[in-house]
Design a protein. Structure first.
Length: 726
């Protein structure tokens, strides 16, 4: 309870901020009306064009800042100056044109970094400015919640000279305790110091972020894009940035963050969709359901090589080298050895053609080089025809030359990237010289048959995409449209080294943000086991590695439970450190098969009644989830079934397999069938169960029939409460 002087101080602070908000909102409204009354300029005068651009930018920033102008205040006294200046921090900067001073400071501005990095104490604080290091004293750090120009909350986290300091970040806990909807939101008001350091890191770096579940790594990466666009506005363009996400549903889930930050035009896609767009061939991606159901069906041990092992093999960086060797051989044997003779008395020697191909045009990609040589031969024919004076003979020679050139060019290889790749894998690719020059398949015999079955139907697996795109780049080069200023790879533990090495050729100056969590590496058949597999792809001194160990998503009870699951299955994994936010204990829900649906339905109803906006019922496989979804429907529970084809996340109650839950978060999670059969004591099942547990923000239920999974500790009363009936 707040009493005495502290209560008076809080009331005074609230009234002070009310007056400030009234002034700020009124000023913005007035200036916005003035700007909106000035017509746009569409003439050709450069000065007027520049003025119109400045006004339009001011209009846009003020419009964005109207409803929620700022979220923080920092009173700062720069060393060597006398005044203490209150700095109001918001998503969008607004300049007070009456005083030429900032009315609101953009959160990405150098001085705003103090708001995130300063955590108390009486020592000097400092930030890096374009003019060098600026230091000074912080007198006040205050968090504010403004919604639709209404002040809702004022929280002081630091006041110089006061003994009423916040032991815990009350404002952060307040924001974390809010229920979620169907979209990820920005975190500008609650960015933590370690997150801010990553966001503001140097651009030309391949940055790898290993973050535990709920550490905010995806949100940090998106805020980093907004920062780079602000800091390097003259050299980095939004349309030249791209985000690679695991699936379209995840892209839909994160789709609100960048617009909330005032950022648009950044490409957001999956690696598969982007690859198909670049290739332009009529190919299709294999339905992932069969593979996922095979891999995630139960807790049985997986053989090192089975029908799905090509994923690791083809993703290996060594496979890229093997493919390059084949392409080098294909390229060196590309030309026919014979001379070109369009008519009896005209001959172009193969030596000349080879010189054009191997010397003059050697810097062109393969098939562009072919086009150049073809055009050069046509020009040679035209010059030879000019030497023929008889019009009749010239016409006859021209006709013969056209036919001979078509025949000659047909003797050159003419593969599409898919044609080359599929023939090479099958051991059927021949180069000039006939069958003696057939290239053997690069795949070990146990893998070849499984890999080729789909390719025969022009159906590719995810691990085929990087090799196909690599062949395309060697054939046709990298178009400027597919070169980027910065690339973000989310859930990067499921990317292969080959994919990242390929993308490194599509980005300027090695500018990457690569983020993921090895503890959530559930796609072991295609991903990595160690971040060094990616860090080693870049030159020394061009990489950075950050580890985020604090989880802001779930309650302490849920995080402790999830950490225990991981400790029993992946002992070397780094446990998540929860923030000080306590909630309900994890609930075990034992139910026999006949009562399974009723128990899950009752858990859903209880969670919804307790205020949960989003509830996820998470099963092991798509088949099991489809059946459970039908049964819940018969029981009167309205829910959305999420499968691999889903492109939108609608919120509310969802039923989905655990592998599709990664990256999402829900107010309440009900994990079904967590028994000793489906979740055994092995690393793969431990990671899957860890992913499922860490989707929950506030409430976690563990349903099982018979014997609970050995990954679950049932005797820890501080974490787990047994629930026999609801």
């Amino acid at each position: 309870m707040v009493t005495g002087n502290l209560e008076t101080e809080l009331q005074t602070a609230f009234e002070e901020e009310l007056k400030k908000l009234e002034y700020t909102s009124g000023w913005i409204d007035d200036k916005l009306k003035e700007l909106q009354n000035i017509p746009r300029y569409y003439g050709h005068d450069y000065t007027e064009q520049a003025m119109d651009s400045i006004r339009e930018q001011a209009r846009r920033q003020m419009s964005q800042a109207t409803a929620e102008p700022y979220f923080g205040r920092l009173d700062f006294q720069e060393s060597g100056t006398s005044p203490v200046v209150p700095l109001y921090i918001g998503k969008f900067g607004v300049e007070n044109t009456d005083t030429s001073q900032p009315l609101i400071i953009d959160w990405r501005a150098p001085v705003a970094s103090l708001f995130y990095s300063f955590n108390g104490g009486d020592d000097l604080a400092a930030y890096e400015s374009p003019d060098g290091l600026i230091d000074g004293l912080v007198y006040l750090k205050r968090n504010l919640v403004v919604r639709k120009q209404i002040l809702q909350r004022v929280v002081d986290t630091y006041l110089r000279g006061s003994d009423q300091l916040s032991v815990n970040d009350e404002f952060l806990l307040y924001r974390l305790g809010e229920n979620k909807d169907n979209k990820l939101r920005d975190i500008v008001s609650t960015i933590q110091a370690e997150q801010d350091r990553i966001i503001r890191s140097a651009r030309n770096t391949a940055m790898v972020i290993q973050g535990v579940a709920g550490s905010g790594k995806t949100t940090v990466a998106l805020h980093r894009l907004a920062y780079l666009l602000y800091q390097y506005r003259d050299t980095v363009k939004a349309e030249r940035m791209i985000i690679f996400a695991p699936n379209q549903m995840f892209l839909d889930y994160i789709s609100s963050v960048l617009p909330e930050l005032g950022v648009g035009n950044i490409q957001q896609t999956t690696f598969a969709d982007w690859t198909f767009d670049v290739l332009g061939e009529k190919l299709k991606l294999a339905n992932p359901t069969e593979r996922y159901n095979h891999w995630f069906a139960s807790g049985e041990a997986r053989p090192e090589i089975d029908e799905y092992a090509p994923g690791r093999w083809k993703g290996w960086i060594g496979f890229m080298s093997i493919l390059d060797e084949a392409l080098d051989r294909y390229e060196s044997s590309f030309l026919p050895d014979e001379d070109f003779q369009p008519w009896d008395i005209a001959k172009l020697s193969s030596r000349t053609i080879h010189n054009w191909y191997h010397t003059e045009y050697k810097h062109y990609p393969l098939y562009k080089r072919k086009d150049r040589v073809h055009a050069r031969i046509k020009r040679w024919i035209e010059m030879e025809l000019d030497l023929v004076r008889d019009p009749g003979r010239r016409k006859d020679f021209k006709s013969k030359a056209s036919a001979k050139l078509r025949t000659y060019m047909k003797s050159w290889p003419n593969h599409t990237p898919f044609g080359f790749y599929s023939e090479w894998l099958a051991g059927k690719l021949s180069v000039t010289g006939g069958s003696a020059a057939i290239m053997p398949s690069p795949l070990p015999p146990p893998l070849a048959a499984a890999s080729l079955r789909g390719l025969a139907k022009r159906e590719v697996q995810p691990e085929d995409l990087a090799p196909l795109l690599h062949v395309f780049d060697r054939f046709f080069g990298i178009d400027s449209e597919h070169m980027f200023d910065h690339i973000v790879i989310d859930e990067a533990q499921d990317f292969s080294p080959f994919q990242v090495a390929l993308l490194s050729r599509h980005v300027k100056n090695g500018s990457f943000t690569i983020l993921g969590d090895l503890s959530q590496g559930i796609h072991a058949y295609q991903g990595i086991l160690d971040w060094n597999e990616m860090l080693g792809l870049f030159p020394e001194g061009t990489t950075a590695f950050h580890q985020l160990e604090r989880s802001y998503r779930s309650t302490m009870e849920i995080i402790r439970f999830a950490n225990a699951v991981l400790a029993r299955s992946v002992p070397a994994a780094v446990p998540a450190i929860p923030v000080f936010r306590s909630g309900d204990k994890v609930k075990l829900l034992p139910a026999a098969a006949a009562k399974r649906v009723a128990a899950v339905a009752a858990a859903i109803a209880k969670s919804r009644a307790g205020g949960a906006s989003t509830v996820a019922v998470i099963g092991r496989t798509e088949r099991e989830c489809a059946l459970l979804h039908r049964e819940l429907g018969r029981a009167g529970i309205e829910a959305t079934l999420i499968d691999a084809s889903q492109r939108r996340y609608a919120g509310g109650v969802s039923v989905l397999p655990v592998y599709l839950a990664k990256g999402l978060e829900f107010d309440a999670v009900i994990l079904t069938d967590v028994d000793e059969t489906r979740y055994g004591a092995n690393a793969q099942d431990g990671k899957l169960l860890y992913v499922g547990c860490t989707r929950a923000l506030h409430e976690l239920w563990i349903h099982y029939e018979g014997q609970v999974s050995p990954l679950v500790e049932t005797s820890d009363d501080e974490i787990v409460t047994l629930v026999n009936e609801l």
